[in-house]
Design a binder for this molecule. Structure first.
Ligand SMILES: NC(=O)c1ccc[n+]([C@@H]2O[C@H](COP(=O)([O-])OP(=O)(O)OC[C@H]3O[C@@H](n4cnc5c(N)ncnc54)[C@H](O)[C@@H]3O)[C@@H](O)[C@H]2O)c1
Ligand SMILES: O=C(O)C(=O)C[C@@H](O)[C@H](O)[C@H](O)COP(=O)(O)O
Ligand SMILES: [Zn+2]
Length: 368
């Protein structure tokens, strides 16, 4: 088992990574609990595979539990999902000192984290991520949220988990399309500030997606370490450091809004197309070379991820897409900071370009 810490002073927490860890989770959870009781929240797909193993591991550590199983998919990350979950937690008699377990992908993690930030003005939660996306990204860092019609994650809170337990073997049951969506967030770490890791992705991405456990392990360990480092440096995204984790997201969230947060375009798929657009926009402004943008597009295309407006299934005008972007949480003084790049692994934040420029660029991409 590997262990690293998200260094946040009194709110620091460990991330444990190990094959089969879900079956030994009791020994890691028990020391945190004020009473030998917990609540597991998951979705139907994940419950089919992992609710019994997790429950058995807790029972072996003399921890009693109840469980709540939600519908899978992005629509659960909503006011309705939040209402159902918070009412269930209160009905279960959740106490502030309790630790609720979020077992699942980013949807369950974001929803449970947000519910735990507000129920009884805050209780603890533990992330047990079961998608590649959640293992390399969403389970760490404490961004919690639901979606609303105006935009992605617009209602939420920063609320850090008390523990993250990553069992990479859970990815063996994850559908290939979901694995690909998570892979986009893996590639993101290379594009932010680690050109060597992007090169590793080009060489090893296909093997990872075909089930190579060594490649999977390297990607998770590398991704989670990068995320822990960035979150520790700028927990609340106030210093243009954590904002780098939004590479591809201003464009991507607009694509998700356009496709109705539906199965038509998964979050990671939207991020893949968004990262290509961010590189193409940077190239159009002379910030990076056209070859850099081509390299990013070609790699994402080679693993069957969306890499253009057309392959993301979006044919909307630039102005409408830019309207979605105006709701971005990073907007300050009416300006949207964009994550652009000076080359592979050289991303930076700038508010030099207005939404008009973005809209005109997107119209050009639509026609391309
Ligand atoms: N908080 C953050 O920092 C952060 C970071 C990135 C993404 N996100 C959010 O995460 C969400 C996307 O998360 P996701 O990609 O994990 O999707 P998800 O949670 O919807 O899970 C994807 C699908 O896979 C199923 N599934 C999960 N684990 C499985 C397993 N091991 N075996 C079989 N099926 C399994 C789920 O039931 C679901 O149908 C988005 O809402 C996005 O905004 C948050
Ligand atoms: O943890 C972060 O910070 C991220 O930006 C990670 C992103 O992958 C994630 O999708 C995040 O939810 C997007 O940021 P948001 O602030 O727009 O919700
Ligand atoms: Zn994301």
């Amino acid at each position: 088992m590997e262990s690293l810490t998200v260094e946040l002073g009194s709110r620091s927490y460990p991330i444990l990574i190990g094959d089969g860890l879900i079956r030994d989770i009791g020994e890691h959870v028990a020391p945190l609990l004020k009473r030998p009781r917990t609540m597991i929240v998951t979705d139907t797909h994940v419950a089919d595979h992992y609710l019994i193993p997790l429950g058995t591991a807790l029972a072996m550590a003399d921890i009693s539990f109840s469980s709540f199983v939600l519908d899978p998919g992005e629509s659960t990350k909503s006011w309705a999902g939040l209402a159902r979950l918070t009412e269930w937690l209160i009905g279960e008699g959740v106490e502030r000192g309790d630790h609720v377990i979020a077992l699942g992908g980013g949807v369950i993690g974001d929803l449970v984290g947000f519910a735990c930030s507000i129920v009884k003005r805050g209780c603890n939660f533990i992330q047990v991520p079961t998608t590649l996306l959640a293992q390399v990204d969403s389970s760490v860092g404490g961004k919690t949220a639901i979606n609303v019609p105006a935009g992605k994650n617009l209602i939420g809170a920063f609320h850090q988990p008390a523990l993250v337990v990553i069992d990479p073997t859970t990815l063996e049951t994850l559908p290939r399309r979901e694995l690909g969506a998570g892979y986009a967030e893996v590639v993101k770490y290379g594009l932010i500030d680690d050109a060597t890791f992007f090169g590793w992705c080009e060489a090893n991405g296909a093997a990872l997606l075909a089930g190579d456990s060594e490649a999977r392990h390297k990607a998770i360990a590398q991704g989670v370490a990068a995320k822990a480092r960035i979150v520790a440096a700028d927990e609340r995204e106030t210093q243009d450091i954590r904002a780098l984790l939004n590479l591809g997201h201003s464009f991507g969230h607009a694509l998700e809004a356009e496709t109705g947060y539906s199965d038509r375009l998964l979050h990671g798929e939207a991020v893949a197309a968004g990262m290509v657009l961010a590189h193409q926009f940077s190239a159009a402004k002379g910030l990076c070379t056209p070859e850099d943008a081509v390299r990013v597009r070609d790699h994402l295309a080679s693993v069957d991820l969306p890499h253009s407006l057309a392959s993301a299934g979006v044919n909307t005008g630039g102005a409408e897409l830019a309207d979605h972007m105006a709701h971005d949480k990073k907007v300050r003084g009416g300006k949207l900071p964009l994550i652009l790049t000076r080359g592979i692994g050289r991303s930076f934040v700038t508010d030099e370009y207005g939404l008009d420029a973005v809209a005109a660029f997107l119209d050009g991409q639509r026609a391309a």
